[in-house]
Write a protein that binds this ligand. Structure first.
Ligand SMILES: Nc1nc(=O)c2c([nH]1)NC[C@@H]1CN(c3ccc(C(=O)N[C@@H](CCC(=O)O)C(=O)O)cc3)CN21
Ligand SMILES: O=c1ccn([C@H]2C[C@H](O)[C@@H](COP(=O)(O)O)O2)c(=O)[nH]1
Length: 276
């Protein structure tokens, strides 16, 4: 049985049982019809995924894992902030006429900074440190650049990764300030699990633990019946994950480098409205 499903069920059940509604407050997100998108939320959720044990793809509904990988490579490899470089349309609602989402995500990872060994962007610095200073406690990235927030269409949600090598295992903490449980929880978990596998492989390590720390973990009001239906389902076993072992350069990965086998999931016919 997929552990990712169990963690998902526990997190949603906790929000529905103990969560606090923001209905009495004025909130930023809107539904397509203009009405406020309220949530019920819990603070400070921590979910741990052992990537040696299983690939954390949920089975309670289908996660479009290939789109997750495409978005991951758009941010971490292409370092793009333009939706025209992304295969899917998930970011279109936040893009301007030129396709830009502003100085967010990929744009931040592409900025170069000075280090004793020369100039690196955040991704190249992580790759350098994993190879040359794996014992370092300073291997992290952050997209939360206050100087540029006013030029971002949406402030980064999954905003920081902290990497940690113990033995030959690469562990990571994903820090997320805000999480829409139905639309993107498993989406975010899957893409950062793939990132840990990719970085481990090109650094001569194996993927260890992914610790997902979520500050505001919420379910939107219009998602509640859909989540309740999912909580009734029995999870299937987790699928198998395979990353093309021939790839040794992070920039050589493509969506085709990732294979998922025996992915069984429950049908989910409803369209998920996304709060803008
Ligand atoms: N309210 C909100 N929730 C989010 O999860 C979210 C935002 N806003 N804004 C920025 C990005 C965009 N994200 C999105 C937006 C849409 C889908 C989505 O439509 N997913 C569908 C199918 C995707 C596909 O066909 O590839 C799904 O069924 O999961 C996923 C992530 C995640 N983020
Ligand atoms: O990767 C992502 C991107 C966005 N989200 C969700 C979390 C919130 O529901 C909205 C962002 O609204 P804020 O008011 O800026 O918090 O998008 C996500 O879960 N994962």
């Amino acid at each position: 049985m997929s552990r990712a499903d169990l963690l998902y069920r526990e997190t949603c059940a906790r929000i529905l049982r103990e969560g606090v509604w923001d209905t009495d407050q004025s909130v930023r997100p809107r539904w397509a019809d203009g009405s406020p998108a309220h949530t019920v939320k819990c603070f400070g959720v921590v979910n741990r995924y052992d990537l040696q044990e299983e690939f954390p793809l949920m089975t309670l509904r289908r996660t479009y894992w290939r789109s997750c990988v495409e978005e991951l490579l758009w941010i971490w490899q292409k370092k793009s902030n333009n939706v025209r470089d992304l295969g899917s349309h998930i970011w279109d609602s936040w893009a301007d006429e030129s396709g830009s989402i502003g100085k967010a995500y990929g744009y931040q990872l592409g900025i170069k900074y000075r280090f004793p060994e020369g100039e690196f962007d955040q991704v190249d610095r992580v790759l350098y440190d994993l190879k040359h200073n794996p014992a370092s406690r300073r291997i992290l990235t952050s997209l939360y650049n206050f100087a540029d927030l006013h030029e971002m269409a949406l402030y980064p949600c999954a905003y920081s990764m902290t990497f940690h090598v113990s033995g030959n295992r690469l562990n990571a903490i994903l820090n997320q300030r805000s999480q829409d449980m139905l639309t993107a929880n498993n989406w975010n978990v899957v893409q950062y699990a793939v990132l840990v596998h990719m970085l481990a492989q090109v650094s001569g390590l194996v993927a260890g633990e992914l610790v997902h720390v979520i500050a505001d973990c919420h379910i939107y009001d219009r998602h509640i019946p859909l989540v309740e239906q999912m909580l009734e389902l029995e999870p299937y076993p987790a699928p198998e994950f395979r990353l093309d072992p021939a790839v040794t350069d992070f920039y050589a990965f493509t969506p085709d480098s990732v294979q998922v086998e025996n992915y069984r999931y429950h049908p989910f016919s409803a369209r998920i409205p996304v709060a803008i």
